[in-house]
Design a protein around this ligand. Structure first.
Ligand SMILES: Cc1ncc(C[n+]2csc(CCOP(=O)(O)OP(=O)(O)O)c2C)c(N)n1
Ligand SMILES: [Mg+2]
Length: 615
């Protein structure tokens, strides 16, 4: 059989293949890759660099400042696109590649698609050891990029140019599969990137990827429906899968038709608008009183598209009804079966639509639904108190959230780590699906600004507000420069409480001394007195420090139409958090200590453990 071929380097084949992968969004065929982030080194500049230059008009390449940052941006792009579109990232070998490992883990935990293309050592091994090559004395096939294996859904090392054909096909299958979805790492040996091969032309045919929506299995569905029909006090826990499956409208129909309150995880927040009467808001450790009271009593939890991580389940101490049944509606069997759930393996939307049609006649106990509504009213009073403006010299995080919300109520808020995620989960009034962008699967300090960049690239018309602590800012801020270069305007609100406020509070709560979290509690000769506004300005941002909540609100209004990334710094109180709502979280306390505070905390800890349900 003779087939038409085209002679390309392996890297050119990668580039050409990526441009031909498409998807359909709102009736329009668009490239499925939104672009490529690249930082070149000897491991990719000649191969991938030359190839990406050749296609830059169809698939743009963006130069970032840090490989972890660029991968964060790429992952945020996919999340903001509800996984319908994604990006690729290419790095050199060694440090450049390994800088992406944390981001790979982030994508792995959060089930988000990203194509990582790190360079690798020479497949022919002639010049070994090359610059940045990690030499393994016992295994000649190991390279630094083996670190990607446990945090990639699919990993392959390309040691011959023709291997890229099945590897890219498998990569696309994983990236677009709602159940398998996650990071794909194709480790591209640097000599092979530049090696030519006669690739079959059909390999570069246009391919349009859709969304697979698996339907529930008949038996699983019958069991789940029967459990719901018996339920008097059901709740829904809405996770990120509701958003990725674009199931908000089916969720709303279900909740309204059957009177079932909806509790949202960090990834699932914005599944329903905040002011929907059956949206109880956040659940779990950072949950509202409205959600958590219901979760404690619920007899059936319909867990949709959620990993049921400890923040959601209060380390499995939240649910207190002995007769509790969990139904795991999830496209991924691994999640659907968690905690002895009745699995309902299906696409969230397809599953909800099937349930919407099948349960006619059933209703949650009307008292339960009414209690949910009044519990929410009570919560809103507490939330308004926490977020109200004040003249406090050092405002709380909650008060800053209130100011941001008042000034920019249509924004997409982006955050990841520190004290803010808990406060935002409870207090941010999320509007439409995707208006709340929280990376709390891995809670990676340093995701915030780079993530904001990815959101802005995915949603150029949106007002993207990044909220970030001083600690996270210090860890990774350099993609501010990329946002300036790309004209991707972000509004960054930096809450400076002079240290790792949330870990300091956790340390105190576990009986520890104030040690090594707040800057003043560290081993130091002098405190750095970081001028964040000057730092951001040095990267090209518009920046200012504000002295009060009122000034913050004004600054946010004034800079709404500024055309470049804006950083607004405000000093905040490291000790105040919102008391209302919340739940215990399992963080170990030492069994023996010379500190009486630790011994006391240990007693409380041991008592709290009794509420945990073993899976
Ligand atoms: C990369 C990374 N390292 C460490 C942690 C653990 N950690 C979580 S929050 C936090 C402190 C965050 O400080 P900051 O951004 O100033 O927020 P604050 O706690 O003060 O609100 C630390 C060290 C983490 N989540 N991510
Ligand atoms: Mg801080």
């Amino acid at each position: 059989m003779s087939q038409k071929t085209v002679r390309l380097t392996m890297a050119q084949a990668v580039a050409r293949f990526l441009t031909m992968q498409k998807t359909e969004i709102d009736g329009e065929i668009v490239p499925i890759f939104g672009g490529v982030f690249a930082i070149f080194g000897h491991g990719n500049v000649a191969g991938m660099g030359e190839a990406l230059h050749g296609i830059k008009e169809t698939l743009p390449t963006y130069r970032a400042q840090n490989e972890q940052g660029m991968a964060h941006a790429a992952i945020a792009y996919a999340k903001a696109s509800f996984r319908r579109r994604f990006m690729a990232c290419t790095s050199s070998i060694g440090p450049g590649a390994l800088n992406m490992v944390t981001a790979a883990a982030l994508a792995h935990v959060n089930r988000l698609p990203v194509l990582l293309l790190p360079g690798d050592v020479f497949a022919n091994r002639v010049p070994d050891p090359v610059l940045q090559q990690v030499e393994d004395w016992s295994d000649g096939s190991v390279t630094a990029n083996d670190c990607f294996k446990p945090v990639s859904r699919y990993f392959d090392r390309i040691t011959r140019p023709e291997q890229i054909i099945p590897a890219l096909r498998r990569a696309m299958q994983v990236l677009t599969d709602p159940a398998e979805c996650g990071p794909v790492t194709l480790s591209l040996c640097q000599d092979v990137q530049a090696e030519a091969y006669d690739y079959p032309e059909h390999f570069f045919a246009e391919k349009i990827w859709g969304v697979r929506r698996p339907m529930p299995d008949g038996d699983e569905f019958a069991e789940a429906a029967a459990a719901l029909i018996r339920a008097k006090k059901p709740v829904i826990i809405a996770g990120g899968g509701v958003l990725y499956s674009e199931a908000s409208s089916a969720l709303r129909t279900f909740a309204e038709r059957y009177g079932v309150p909806v509790l949202e995880t960090q990834a699932g927040k914005s599944s329903l608008p905040h002011d929907h009467e059956l949206n109880m808001g956040s659940v779990g450790v950072t949950g509202t009183s409205a959600s958590n009271t219901l979760a404690e009593e619920a007899d059936v939890v319909l867990a949709i598209g959620t990993r049921l991580q400890d923040f959601t389940t209060g380390s499995w101490a939240l649910f207190k009804n002995d007769a509790l049944k969990i139904i795991g509606l999830n496209v991924q069997p691994f999640d659907a079966h968690k905690h002895h759930a009745l699995p309902l393996v299906a696409d969230a939307r397809a599953g909800l639509e099937a349930l919407n049609a099948a349960l006619t006649g059933w209703q949650a106990d009307p008292d339960w639904t009414d209690r949910a509504k009044s519990g929410k009213d009570d919560w809103l009073i507490a939330a308004d108190e926490a977020t109200a403006s004040s003249n406090a010299e050092l405002p709380s995080d909650a008060q800053v959230i209130g100011a941001v919300q008042r000034a920019r109520d249509k924004a997409i808020v982006v955050c990841a780590a520190g004290g803010l995620p808990g406060e935002l989960h409870k207090l941010w009034k999320a509007d439409g699906p995707g208006s709340y962008h929280m990376e709390y699967g891995f809670s990676t300090m340093g995701y915030e600004i780079a993530g904001g960049l990815g959101v802005k690239l995915a949603r150029p018309d949106a007002d993207v507000v990044v909220m970030v602590g001083d600690g996270s800012y210090m860890m990774l801020n350099s993609e501010i420069a990329s946002s300036i270069m790309l004209g991707a305007k972000l509004t960054i609100v930096l809450l400076d409480n002079a240290g790792y406020g949330c870990i300091n509070r956790l340390q105190m709560a576990t009986g520890g001394a104030n040690f090594n979290n707040m800057l003043e509690d560290t081993h130091h000769v002098a405190l750095p007195g970081i001028d964040f506004a000057a730092h951001a300005a040095a990267m090209g941002a518009v920046s200012r420090k504000v002295a009060s909540l009122a000034e913050l609100e004004t600054a946010l209004q004034e800079t709404e139409t500024t055309d470049r990334t804006t950083v607004i710094v405000i000093d905040t109180d490291p000790l105040i958090t919102t008391d209302a709502g919340g739940h215990w979280w399992d963080v170990v306390v030492p069994e023996v200590s010379i500190r009486p505070e630790v011994t006391a905390a240990r007693e409380g800890y041991v008592a709290a453990l009794k509420a945990q349900r073993a899976g």
